[in-house]
Design a protein around this ligand. Structure first.
Ligand code: RUB
Length: 299
């Protein structure tokens, strides 16, 4: 296989490239580069596209964008697709930027916000709110077993935002408190939006949504509409070694990368088209990206 595509796939699998938005951008960039350096056949492109789309199985943003690229590529066999991949990246940047603006509007001055894992959409909202002069405090989970919370922590500290790291197991209790710590809202990112308005995000999100619901704390999921999937979502299961490499023989470890946030616990999605309630998300996707519902060979 092409060396650069292989490297990109490996980096996505190893989480060197993590988060839905970075994953799709690097995948699309790799395909653009390959198309411009090779005289390719459509079936070769489909093979590589499939490998990149499913480098991590729970990524409909990649699957949707690469599907769109394949439709365009049908008439361009052997030619460079850099213009098309550039168009996708531009759309991703534009929709993300619009959703960040909408996200800032749910934050009030002097808010305490809790987030989980590392979502570039969430950190961008927090940084923009801070830049606009809002005083915010952020509680962030460390996110075992791969500690993506550290990426969030470094970004927030660099932006001079007041940040406190908590262990994953502390999060529900912190959300339930009212005396010393009062969480005003929870914002998480998303890897996928399902037909029923539920969302898929880093494992642990389900528990946070449950606690927020019980404590009546608003729970927002920020996601561009291109993360919608009309197809059943596979939850990625990762290696046992990530949890405990020297584990006792015969101990089984289940290491799910993601879980599902039920629609009923989501106050609103923060999208490029504004705040959308879970029950309205399908109609909005139909309106703006009807091609997402097209039948695909591999789904
Ligand atoms: C990352 C994660 C992020 C979403 C959204 O999981 O769950 O919340 O991917 O990210 P992992 P973004 O670290 O396993 O990839 O907002 O950047 O698209």
């Amino acid at each position: 296989m092409d060396k650069n595509i292989n490297k990109t796939i490996q980096e996505i699998k190893d989480l060197k490239i993590q988060g839905a938005t970075s994953i799709v951008k690097e995948a699309v960039r790799a395909l653009g580069k390959w198309s411009s350096e090779n005289s390719w056949k459509y079936r070769e492109l489909v093979k590589l596209a499939d490998k990149l789309s499913f480098a991590r199985p729970t990524e409909p943003l990649s699957q949707n964008c690469i599907f769109w690229l394949l439709q365009k590529a049908k008439l361009k066999e052997g030619q460079s697709l850099l213009a098309e991949t550039g168009e996708i990246i531009e759309l991703l940047d534009k929709t993300k930027d619009e959703s960040i603006e909408k996200g800032v509007q749910v934050i009030k001055n002097n808010s305490t916000i809790l987030t989980h894992c590392h979502s570039s959409a969430v950190t961008s909202i927090l940084k923009r709110a801070h830049k606009k002069g809002m005083k915010i405090k952020v509680f962030l989970t460390e996110t075992r077993p791969k500690y993506q919370g550290r990426i969030t922590a470094k970004e927030l500290i660099k932006a001079r935002i007041e940040a406190t790291m908590i262990t994953d197991s502390e999060a529900s209790f912190i959300i339930s408190r009212e005396e010393d710590i009062k969480i005003d809202l929870v914002i998480v990112g998303a890897d996928a939006i399902n037909i029923d308005g539920s969302a898929i995000n880093k494992v642990g999100s389900y528990g946070l949504s449950l606690s927020a619901n019980k404590a009546k704390v608003p729970f927002y999921v920020t996601s561009v509409l291109l993360k919608y999937s009309p197809f059943p979502i596979i939850i990625e299961e990762r290696s046992e070694d990530e949890v405990w490499r020297d584990r006792p023989k015969n101990l089984e470890i289940l290491n799910l990368a993601f879980d599902k946030i039920p629609a009923e616990f989501i106050t609103s999605f923060i999208t490029e088209k504004g705040l959308i309630r879970p029950e309205d998300i399908k109609d909005e996707v139909c309106k703006y990206y009807p091609w997402i519902f097209s039948k695909r060979l591999n789904q």
